[in-house]
Design a protein. Structure first.
Lengths: 556, 745
């Protein structure tokens, strides 16, 4: 057979189409893997302490400037675009590499990043004494450490700086944490109690209580709190003075000297001098900070702990709400309701609800839960706080209720499926032995269907954890002043707004003023959220498989 | 058991528990189902009030003293007090409930001079003017000071004279009576137009003088005589910007003057007949915002006209008619804040209308005599109507006049627009803004986004499902299926973020690469398959059947890499280095960074797992004996697939597509982040869109609870609900039918 004939035969057999279909599978799988890889690489590399270079760079206008920073991104672009930016380049070269260099020191230069064309970057060195620091404000700083000051006096210079700095920074960080603890915990508590006293007083007024002793009591408690507050404030002021005594002077890329108070520094490191293990240490400490610390700088730096906490708490509340209702509805539909046209219709409707867009649930939650239910609860139980709403405003309770409604079909469908898989014989056996229907259900059917319920619940949780659109209407905020769970009675504050990983991604990626600097953090947050959800889904799949095994055993 | 109860008691207790459990489950189950249905009902409950007509309720009817001599009438904010301007220059303030006088003021009219005409400025400015028989005009502002002594709202009416104290303005220097009058006054300027019995139309413009210090130059006055046909004018209309002057005559001829240039004087733009033949003009008024004219004629038709820009000229154009009256229109009163108005006719009927929505909210007979005058309060929740002897005070319940079928789904000719259009623009800084609440652009955006997503997702997902279910080796299938399915749980906010911040710039920088990728990928795959076929059997047989996708992976990677890698060179050599510039200059196509390609790719990615999973199940569930039978009869695997498997599984695939479509339609975060959210109607693949869901997410947090905007957003949610419900129910019905068909096989 010649080639042409072979080709024609191959074409007519339809095999090419099969190969095309195989290609579709490859494309889909590669898209999935590529996406995960992209997020993983971008998210995990963010924490790596990359080497910092010191180089000279020729600007478009021919000036030569000094550049200190790290390369965060590079891309190949046509020369034409570089020429558009005013650079003179030979006609011949078709493409050119452009780096994005993080130069930090935002307070001095105004921007964190600088696009740089590779051919104009010369004399690149990696000095070992270059220091990188993370600050509580204004992002990173890069430079050469010169002197360490204590009360304006030089305590270390040149080579001696790193050791002295490490020691001083440990001390200052310790102080800073003390101050933060006092401010957040103790003063927060006093403020909370003050607010409660104000409400108590207002309540008395609304109830028409005329007895002055009641008011005097409130005033007395208020005065006590005030005194405590003064005392704490004095202590904070004292610590604050102690905190602000140390500062570091560095030389930055334009040879200017810059003074940085140690109180503003989170951590410093010397990437060019670090071994791989030292870098790993810093890497994991940064990851730990990411999952355990509060956000800084309008969420673009620091950690995402409140968002993790908010997501988990909201999802837990939702699980508590959705499980009983979903299971009862499924038991009713499967075990008690008379199977007929109506139940069939309801079943289709419930199935369809799983496909209703989540934003519709959000709209419903906002209108019904927040404004209608919440507004009425406020009018009935919290008249003293009026006109400020208590429950009549988006909050964690309404968010979990909305998501419970959203995931109800998942639980119902899954539970029903579990119930329908239980062989008739088992039920009939139980009934034949004299058990009532309720006993059969409670002792036999529900335990056997419990893995299915678990699967449903986990799938519901996975869906709820990733859902953002409805939450934007019923309760998440970009920055919640306090967690919904704290040490103040009644501990769980259902009316509070909360932070959420998914919303964090949206907010930091699209609403923050410095998107460029925040992007790696968004990748890291995405990775965290994906891990959480994939974990939940894998659990659900494992449970489902176990369940199938169990039934297979039973059918024989 | 340590139970001390007798068996009988125990039995009773168990039976009781059983019954209790039954009641509780039934009660709980039904409640949950009701709660689910509640969503739909609640959405309807919020939406329905928008479509209800207006309602009015009579509060009281009384005779105002000297009612017949009333020149003008107005109500204060909450309609507790009214003002009646009498023809002898008195302002009577009265309680609107009873008509009792509560205050009086007197205009400084010289001895022996009579009031000939009255004019009212922009309602929000509370400016009035009266034209006198000696050619003078008195411009005054009438308002109320509100105080709360003892928590009780108390009104104190006042009258002030913003133009040079209270000396009247000499409009006609020949001192002839001012028969007709129009006035406008704001912080920067004042204009008065008047007609004298000899047919002259005079225009006086006053602006604060150049020198702020010279007392006598407080206002610099310019005067013009407007050149017109000389026929008597029924009504003069001056817009609040003091740029346009309309002279309306009883025969329906309107002269439209541009008076914005005070150095050149009035400029006649157009003369037009605004009343159909055989009718006469009975009333003409501005709609709020002073752009539209509302024209009432002798047959009861109220027509809306406004200037439309045509070839650089503004041309007064007929927009729409309200044909609800059958007798001459007596009075037209525009609302203060909305584009609604109230009209009365000679048969004693009152009508409430909304211009943008082209909606008649109410027509009701109030009196058996002609209703001569009407007044609305600024909130438009009360009206006072005068016939020749009685005053009728009504409360109005008309909260959502802006919404009608035509304003939501039809093309609407908005003020200052060149033609009727579909526009969504829900808010603006300006007070007399005309809300543009057409759901068409955002519904279109929803379908456009879903269309591009399906364009990407359908081939990939269905073809992938075909291979996975029919040809793939079981071991590989065990890995591939969960991998793709787990992506269904991937939060869409992550996809949206990647689409907006990574994919959109990537596509922008590699546009030729992306397009060549979309085109070359199928051909490249076919070519690779052919090359494989041409390899010696020895090598080919090393790879067992069903592992083709693994072979294809390096091919896909290679094609992608090549396309992306050559993209800059292609761009440099064929498109002058920048495709966006080339598109704009050569094809005149705008390029948005966040466009339909990006949305299509990202949302396509989001729906691939849904479609894949369901169609894979459907194909896999095709009974094996059918396939084996077909193969045994000599059909090739491909023939078997196309003629037997796909045919049998087609309802399942259809239902998968429907469910995927439902998901694409309702998806919020991806479109919110990957499109520019501009509500444009444009099929271009290089432009973005705004979808129903993103629109809700963007605007809901800012809308006022219970307002029209809030309810329209609920309506958008309801539309979304209905759309997805239809898709899903369709899919479900197909699936049920499929199940029946399989059971017969």
């Amino acid at each position: 057979m010649n080639l042409r004939q072979q080709t024609r035969e191959w074409w007519q057999s339809g095999n090419p189409w099969i190969w095309l279909n195989a290609g579709a599978v490859s494309v889909s799988v590669l898209m999935v893997i590529g996406l995960l890889l992209l997020i993983m690489v971008q998210g995990l590399s963010y924490f790596w302490p990359a080497d910092v270079f010191d180089a000279r760079y020729q600007e478009a206008d021919g000036r030569i400037v000094r550049l200190i920073g790290e390369i965060t991104d590079s891309e190949t672009i046509p020369v034409a675009r570089a020429r558009d930016n005013g650079y003179t380049l030979d006609e011949g070269t078709g493409q050119i590499t452009r780096y994005v260099v993080k130069i930090g020191n935002r307070d001095i230069y105004g921007a964190d990043f600088k696009p740089v064309f590779a051919p104009f970057l010369i004399d690149i060195t990696y000095p070992r004494d270059l220091i990188v620091g993370e600050r509580r404000e204004w992002g990173n700083f890069y430079g050469y450490p010169l002197r360490l000051l204590h009360d304006g006096k030089v305590v270390a210079e040149g080579e001696a700086v790193p050791a002295a700095l490490a020691q001083a920074l440990a001390h200052v960080t310790d102080l800073f944490e003390q101050v933060e603890g006092l401010r957040k915990h103790d003063i927060g508590k006093i403020n909370y109690q003050m607010e409660r006293l104000r409400l108590e007083r207002r309540r008395l007024e609304l109830d028409g209580v005329k007895d002055p002793s009641a008011y005097a009591d409130i005033e007395r408690r208020k005065a006590a709190l005030q005194a405590e507050y003064e005392k704490l404030n004095a202590r904070i002021a004292e610590l604050g003075r102690e905190l602000n005594r140390d500062s570091l002077i560095i030389r930055i890329q334009n040879d200017q000297e810059m003074t940085i108070p140690l109180a503003k520094i989170v951590r410093v490191y010397y990437p060019n001098a670090m071994s791989v293990f030292a870098k790993l240490g810093t890497y994991f400490s940064k990851i730990w900070e990411f999952v355990s610390a509060e956000p800084r700088e309008a969420n673009t730096e620091g950690g995402v702990f409140p968002a993790i906490f908010g997501t988990v708490l909201m999802v837990l509340l939702m699980a508590v709400l959705v499980t009983p209702f979903g299971v009862i509805a499924a038991v009713y539909l499967r075990e008690y309701a008379k199977q007929g046209l109506i139940i069939r219709t309801i079943r289709i409707a419930v199935n369809n609800l799983a496909g209703v867009p989540s934003i519709v649930y959000g709209v419903f939650g906002l209108g019904f839960f927040v404004y209608f239910l919440g507004g009425n609860i406020d009018a009935l139980f919290f008249p003293e706080a009026q006109p400020a709403p208590t429950f009549g405003t988006p909050g964690i309770l309404w968010s979990s209720l909305t998501l419970a409604l959203l995931t109800l079909p998942v639980v119902i469908v899954s539970t029903e499926e579990g119930l329908s898989r239980i062989p008739r014989a088992i039920r009939e056996g139980s009934l034949a032995l004299g058990a009532t229907k309720a006993e059969t259900l409670w002792r036999i059917v529900i335990p056997m269907a419990s893995p299915a319920m678990m699967t449903g619940l986990i799938l519901a949780v996975a869906r709820a954890a990733g859902e953002v659109a409805p939450l934007m209407l019923v309760g998440v905020v970009k920055l919640a002043p306090s967690l919904p769970l704290d040490g103040n009675f009644p501990y769980l504050h259902l009316e509070r707004k909360f932070m959420h990983l998914g919303f964090h991604i949206y907010d930091v990626g699209f609403q923050s003023p410095n998107v460029e600097a925040a992007r790696p953090l968004v990748y890291a947050t995405s990775l965290l959220l994906i891990l959480l959800i994939v974990l939940l889904n894998l659990t659900a799949i494992r449970i489902r498989n176990r369940l199938r095994e169990k039934y297979r055993a039973m059918e024989h | 058991m340590t139970d001390v109860r007798t068996p009988r008691q125990l039995m009773m207790w168990r039976m009781f528990k059983d019954r209790l459990a039954r009641y509780m489950v039934v009660f709980g189950g039904i409640n949950v189902i009701v709660a689910v249905i509640l969503i739909f009902i609640y959405l309807l409950y919020v939406v329905i009030p928008m479509f209800r007509p207006a309602e009015i309720a009579r509060v009281s009817t009384y005779a105002l003293p000297e009612q017949a001599r009333t020149l003008a009438l107005s109500l204060e904010e909450q309609a507790t007090m009214g003002m009646q301007l009498l023809d002898d220059g008195r302002l009577r303030f009265f309680d609107t409930q009873t008509g009792e006088q509560v205050g009086e003021a007197r205009l400084p009219i010289p001895e022996g001079v009579r009031i000939m005409s009255v004019a009212r400025g922009d309602p929000a400015s509370n400016v009035f003017a009266v034209g006198l028989s000696n050619g003078q005009a008195i411009v005054f502002r009438q308002g109320y000071r509100v105080s709360y002594p003892g928590d009780k709202r108390t009104l104190t009416p006042f009258v002030e004279y913003p133009l040079e104290g209270n000396t009247p303005l000499q409009v006609d220097e020949e001192e002839l009576p001012l028969d007709k009058l129009a006035v406008q006054l704001d912080e920067e300027q004042a204009t008065v137009a008047a007609q004298t019995p000899d047919g002259r139309v005079l225009l006086v413009h006053a602006a604060p003088g150049e020198s702020l210090f010279a007392e006598d130059e407080g206002w610099s006055v310019t005067r013009y005589e407007v050149a017109h046909s000389g026929k008597p004018v029924l009504r003069l209309l001056l817009d609040k910007q003091q740029r346009d002057l309309f002279l309306a005559r009883e025969q329906g001829i309107v002269d439209f003057f541009d008076i914005s240039d005070w150095d050149e004087g009035p400029d006649l733009i157009q003369q037009v007949n605004i009343v159909p033949p055989g009718r006469t003009l009975t009333r003409i008024e501005f709609l709020t915002g002073d752009i539209s004219l509302l024209v009432g004629d002798s047959q009861g038709t109220i027509a809306q006209w406004f200037p439309v820009r045509r070839e650089g000229q503004r041309v007064l154009t007929h927009i729409r008619d309200f044909d609800d009256f059958t007798s001459p229109v007596k009075d037209i009163v525009s609302e203060y804040q909305r584009k609604g108005f109230l009209a009365t006719d000679a048969q004693g009927r009152v009508g409430i209308f909304h211009s943008t929505a082209h909606r008649t909210l109410l027509v009701e007979r109030i009196s058996d005599r002609p209703l001569l005058q009407a007044a609305l309060n600024p909130r438009a929740d009360a009206m006072l109507l005068l016939d020749d002897s009685q005053a009728h005070f009504y409360r109005i319940d008309n909260e959502f006049p802006e919404i009608s079928w035509s304003s939501l789904w039809g093309k609407v000719w908005y003020e200052s627009y060149p033609e009727p259009q579909y526009v969504w623009q829900s808010s603006s800084a300006s007070n007399d803004f005309e809300p543009k609440l057409s759901l068409v652009p955002i519904s279109f955006g929803t379908l456009k986004a879903a269309f591009y997503a399906m364009l990407i997702a359908m081939p990939l997902a269905i073809m992938g499902a075909i291979f996975t279910a029919s040809f793939m080796s079981p071991r590989l299938r065990k890995v591939v299926k969960p991998t793709i399915e787990i992506m269904e749980a991937l939060p869409t906010v992550i996809l949206g973020f990647l689409a907006g911040l990574w994919l959109a710039p990537f596509v922008e920088n590699h546009l030729p690469g992306i397009f060549s990728l979309l085109i070359l990928m199928p051909f490249g795959l076919l070519f690779a398959a052919w090359s494989w076929r041409m390899l010696p059997d020895r090598i080919r047989h090393r790879v067992p059947d069903g592992w083709e996708p693994v072979l294809m992976i390096p091919v896909v990677v290679l094609i992608t890499w090549v396309c992306i890698a050559v993209s800059p060179s292609v761009e440099a050599s064929w498109f002058g280095g920048d495709v966006r510039v080339w598109l704009k200059e050569t094809l005149d196509i705008d390029y948005d960074q966040r466009n339909s390609i990006v949305v299509g790719l990202a949302m396509g990615f989001a729906v691939i797992p849904t479609i894949f999973s369901i169609s894979e199940d459907a194909i896999f569930a095709v009974p094996k004996h059918l396939i084996q039978g077909s193969l045994a009869l000599g059909a090739t695997p491909w023939q078997t697939l196309v003629r037997v498997v796909l045919l049998t599984a087609s309802p399942g695939i259809f239902s998968a597509v429907m469910i995927g479509l439902g998901r694409a339609v309702g998806e919020t975060m991806i479109v919110l982040m990957a499109t520019g959210n501009t509500p444009v109607m444009d099929f271009s693949i290089f432009e973005g869109m705004r979808t129903l869901s993103a629109n809700i997410a963007v605007e809901m947090p800012e809308s006022e609870v219970g307002s029209t905007h809030y309810r329209v957003l609920f309506l958008a949610a309801l539309v979304l609900f209905a759309l997805t419900f239809i898709f899903n129910t369709g899919a479900e019905m197909v699936r049920q039918r499929l199940r029946r068909r399989y059971s017969s096989l």
